[in-house]
Design a protein around this ligand. Structure first.
Ligand code: ADP
Length: 468
């Protein structure tokens, strides 16, 4: 079995982690550095300006000896964790916060506009520092003169250090979040991956024909629902397989018995076991058996055509007329058993919307059964009743009835009750299956009420025709 889904998920997870790490190391690092440069230079610049305005009072009229300025310069430099100078217009450092003070240094090629149009520069400040510093400068002015400049410096390494500290916090937080997101992987494994594995195993079992395999998955989510559906599907397929086996066994049995008797009679006639004067009697039996075979084939064909989602050719017709016509076709049979068909209609004409030929077949099968299983000299009641937009047709006899435990089975193909076997040797057990299929194809219902030894009543519904 392939594990690709799981591996893909893990690879996706690792790629996500790696990209997150790269993002922090590149984009986040650059952004933090730029941000720190910006804020630090702003702070230095503000401080330099403040110092410059303070010193403009002290500086006026003097060239050097700014001893008074030194403590203020030192305090500012300590606060900023940098270095501050006062430089005169020639570039000579006249005061310095650092120890020892670089007051004997003159900046070579000092250019007061060295910051250009930016608020800070990065470099070694005219070669004074052996490392990179962030420098800002503010002019000391007064009486429309520029006396000198306040220069404040901060080593770039200090900014780098702050950036590294911030990034460390980011790395640790991201690492924790990445670790916590393992929970997603865990949830995925438990709720999707394991169930999916079980479902795949089950699907393989079904594909191999093991329809008895049961999927043990009882979660109340989509996976559980899918498992329940698959279980239901395999059950249905299993039932279908069982049904097909019994169906074929029944068909073979029902075909074999008439064929065996036909063969027996014909062989007996041929080899002279049956004398010529008796032959007519046995040939009549042969014909009766072939009639049964014919009926069986016809029944199977009808069921087959209904199975393939029986196409109905519906029309409006009077159900009373159809009942009367069908009843009339049993006149001969009824006379021979002295059975009376009692018809009662809810109204003179009741129009229904259904497939006339198929409903005729339903009535035929029900009346045929009622006569077959009725005692001689009895009455069969056929009745219609109306309820809302439905017509209910009932065929009721006072015959042998159906035992309680057979009631559900009578609709199955080839089913015959033990009681009826003796009474009706020609029955195929297909009649009621055909009736049920036809009524179901119409979207209607059929029910039976029966008591063994008392009689049976079959009631089915039909839709009334709407546009009379
Ligand atoms: P068949 O009548 O050809 O045997 P059906 O499918 O029509 O097949 O009926 C199935 C079985 O149901 C019958 O064999 C019989 O046992 C029982 N049955 C059907 N109708 C009646 C009835 N009116 N009274 C008693 N039993 C009946």
């Amino acid at each position: 079995m392939t594990h690709s889904l799981y591996y893909k998920f893990i690879i996706g997870y690792l790629v996500f982690g790696l990209l997150g790490f790269i993002t922090i190391a590149t984009i986040s690092s650059d952004m933090t550095y730029d941000f720190l440069l910006e804020t630090k230079s702003d702070a230095l610049y503000d401080e330099a300006n403040m110092l410059a305005s303070d010193f403009s009072q002290l500086y006026r009229g003097r060239n050097s000896n700014l001893n008074e300025a030194a403590p203020r310069l030192k305090a500012a430099a300590t606060y900023l964790q940098g270095e501050a100078w006062i430089v005169d217009t020639t570039g000579h450092i006249v005061a310095d916060s650092s120890v020892p003070a670089k007051t004997d240094v003159t900046l070579s090629d000092f250019d007061p506009t060295f910051m250009g149009n930016r608020s800070y520069t990065i470099g070694n400040c005219f070669g004074v520092f052996p490392y990179e510093v962030l420098s800002v400068s503010a002019p000391i002015t007064g009486n429309y003169n520029t006396y000198g400049y306040v220069l404040v410096h901060l080593p770039i390494s200090a900014i780098q250090q702050i950036k590294d500290n911030i990034l460390n916090i980011l790395y640790i937080s991201s690492g924790i979040i990445f670790g916590l997101s393992l929970i997603i992987l865990l949830v995925f494994t438990v709720t999707v991956y394991f169930p999916l594995k079980k479902i795949t195993i089950a699907a393989n079992q079904y594909a191999e024909g093991n329809l008895k395999h049961k999927l043990q998955l009882k979660t109340h989510d989509e996976m559980g629902y899918l498992a329940a559906t698959l279980n239901y599907m395999s059950d249905e397929l299993d039932k279908m397989e069982e049904y097909q086996k019994t169906f074929i066994a029944n068909v073979s049995h029902d075909f074999r018995s008439p064929l065996t008797s036909i063969k027996g009679y014909l062989e007996a006639i041929l080899d002279g076991t049956i004398p010529p004067e008796m032959q007519e009697k046995y040939l009549t039996r042969v014909i009766s058996e072939t009639d049964r075979l014919n009926k069986l084939t016809q029944g199977l064909l009808t069921l087959n055509s209904l199975d393939s989602k029986g196409y109905l050719s519906r029309s409006n017709f009077d159900i009373n007329r159809v009942i009367k016509d069908t009843a009339a076709s049993f006149e001969g049979t009824c006379d021979s058993k002295n059975i009376v068909l009692d018809l009662t209609f809810a109204e003179n004409i009741t129009m229904v919307y259904a497939d006339l030929g198929k409903i005729q077949q339903v009535l035929y099968n029900l009346i045929d059964n009622a006569i077959k299983f009725s005692h001689p000299d009895s009455t069969i009641f056929i009745q219609t009743t109306l309820r809302f937009e439905k017509v209910y047709v009932s065929v009721k006899d006072t015959g042998i009835g159906i035992p309680k435990d057979s009631i559900k089975k009578i609709w199955e193909r080839f089913y015959k009750t033990d009681l009826s076997r003796g009474k009706d040797k020609k029955g195929t057990g297909l009649g009621l299956s055909i009736v049920k299929e036809i009524i179901q194809n119409h979207g209607e219902t059929i029910d039976v009420i029966s008591t063994s030894g008392v009689g049976s009543e079959f009631i089915f519904s039909l839709p009334r025709a709407m546009n009379l």
